[in-house]
Design a protein around this ligand. Structure first.
Ligand SMILES: Nc1ncnc2c1ncn2[C@@H]1O[C@H](COP(=O)(O)OP(=O)(O)OP(=O)(O)O)[C@@H](O)[C@H]1O
Ligand SMILES: [Mg+2]
Length: 453
């Protein structure tokens, strides 16, 4: 973090110094929630979780080099006590941004592809100057301000993922870090259980572009009607991207190679370029087009941006991570999460992988879909059958409806271990296996075991 003295942090967060915390000592290391990640100069933010209370680790954090802890009660260790650690962390993020007035915030939201696109935006903006876009999924009221704190005095661009589980969430995150450029990818059915309807999802995602200043830029998916309609909710300049003929940054002649990697021409107001992505799955054409559209809105040159998205590989774990075994078996670990849209995107990629063997889909439950749960799972089974997937393994009772939608003979197993046993037994040279479910299923264990085999 840019160095901030404890008294400055107190002022920003409305906290008070306790137990010998030195007002003039500066936090010049990382801001962390995990005491094991503390290093010299860190600030340890103590949060009370369901199972552990971070305050119990405040002393250990300070002993390991943290300047202080920030929490809601005294612990005997030097610290800053605030009313609400989550709010304080947001205020700290804002304070860091205020000290970096020249840094531009580029925000991304949508139902699927936020983290993937954040990584692509990171690559795009790094062509122009120092850019913050840490790997992983830091999109909530903790992760977003934590990302901001990783900025340094030379940072020119901060790429942030804005996640939402309800209306008002993104608005809150934009008060911490107001974006200058805002990208909205899609309005799908992820987390539909919490939102109730796609219109409510659109309401929530559009809060990102509502927060843009008039001289900012909104980057909207022309192929998603609910996203395109968000143009009416912002005063910023709108750039659209996608396959639609009307798109300002247009994907033309989209095809995939033998490994399901997108190849296309991007037609932009600043010229045309052929793009060949290293990422697997045709859906990344949209994510790459969005990232380049954002770069163009910021005045970046097209050619280096194209090179940057072409060179980008799966950076955040378990997202279309394709590994080939010595015997030619290909394992696609896309088990980071799953929604109806990303399931279909993953199955499309599987169907487009060239193989001399068979295509396997090892699929687990999709969470947080509310009343849509049963139908959504069945539809995934229908999609797998339509796409000509050869073998379906359904993992866990909550995913059973996937098998119901599949016309053939699906294997339904209890857990990841059983799935790995079954597939490992039956795999043949040249087979391709897609592994996918919601994050809570931790289905990447199947991919890991198959790769190790
Ligand atoms: N544009 C897209 N359309 C559909 N699926 C996509 C798209 N981009 C990525 N995906 C797929 O969605 C899944 C999640 O990707 P990613 O983690 O990038 O999304 P996210 O929006 O950050 O998810 P989360 O809500 O968990 O933060 C992966 O399986 C990925 O391949
Ligand atoms: Mg994410």
């Amino acid at each position: 973090m840019i160095p901030l003295r404890l008294q400055e942090i107190c002022r920003a967060t409305g906290g008070r110094l306790v137990d010998g915390a030195d007002p003039d000592r500066a936090v010049d290391g990382t801001v962390v929630l995990d005491s094991r990640a503390v290093a010299d100069g860190s600030l340890f933010v103590a949060v009370r979780g369901e199972h552990v209370d971070g305050h119990d680790f405040a002393r250990a954090a300070v002993d390991s080099g943290a300047v202080a802890f920030l929490g809601t009660r005294t612990t005997g260790a030097p610290g800053i006590v605030v009313d609400d650690a989550e709010v304080a962390l947001g205020a700290l993020g804002s304070a860091v941004l205020r000290r970096l007035p020249a840094a531009r915030v580029v925000g991304v939201t949508g139902s699927a592809g936020k983290t993937s696109t954040k990584d692509l935006l990171g690559a795009v903006f790094a062509t122009a100057g120092p850019t913050v876009a840490p790997a992983g999924n830091l999109n909530n009221e903790y992760g977003l301000p934590l990302t901001v704190t990783t900025a340094t005095s030379d940072t020119e661009t901060i790429v942030l993922e804005y996640g939402a589980r309800g209306v008002g969430h993104i608005r809150y995150l934009t008060t911490i870090a107001p974006p200058r450029i805002g990208v909205v990818l899609n309005v799908g059915s992820a987390h539909l259980g919490e939102f109730g309807s796609r219109e409510m999802v659109a309401q929530a995602k559009g809060e990102l572009v509502e927060a843009l200043p008039p001289d900012g830029a909104a980057i909207l998916n022309a192929d998603d009607a609910l996203v395109a309609a968000m143009a009416a909710r912002t005063q910023a300049t709108v750039t659209t991207y996608g396959l639609a003929e009307s798109a300002d940054v247009r994907i033309v002649d989209l095809a995939t190679d033998d490994a399901a990697r997108a190849r296309f021409t991007l037609s932009t107001p600043n010229g045309r370029a052929f793009v060949a992505l290293s990422l697997h799955g045709a859906h990344h054409a949209h994510n790459a087009a969005a990232a380049i559209a954002a770069g163009l809105a910021a005045g970046l040159d097209l050619a280096p941006m194209v090179a940057a998205v072409e060179g980008a590989s799966a950076r955040s774990p378990h997202r279309m991570d394709v590994r080939t075994r010595a015997d030619g078996v290909v394992v696609i670990d896309d088990a980071y999460n799953a929604s109806p849209d990303s399931m279909v995107a993953g199955l499309h990629a599987l169907a487009r992988m060239k193989t001399t063997g068979r295509r396997w889909a090892v699929l687990g439950a999709m969470r947080e879909l509310g009343v849509e749960t049963e139908t959504a799972h069945r539809d995934v089974g229908v999609a797998a059958a339509k796409l000509g997937i050869d073998r379906l393994v359904v993992v866990g009772p909550d995913a059973a409806s996937i098998a119901a939608g599949w016309a053939g003979d699906a294997k339904v197993v209890d857990d990841a271990d059983d799935a790995a046993d079954l597939v490992a037994r039956e795999l043949r040279d040249g087979d391709v296996v897609l592994v996918k479910a919601s994050n809570s299923e931790r289905l990447w264990r199947v991919a890991d075991r198959l790769v190790q085999a």
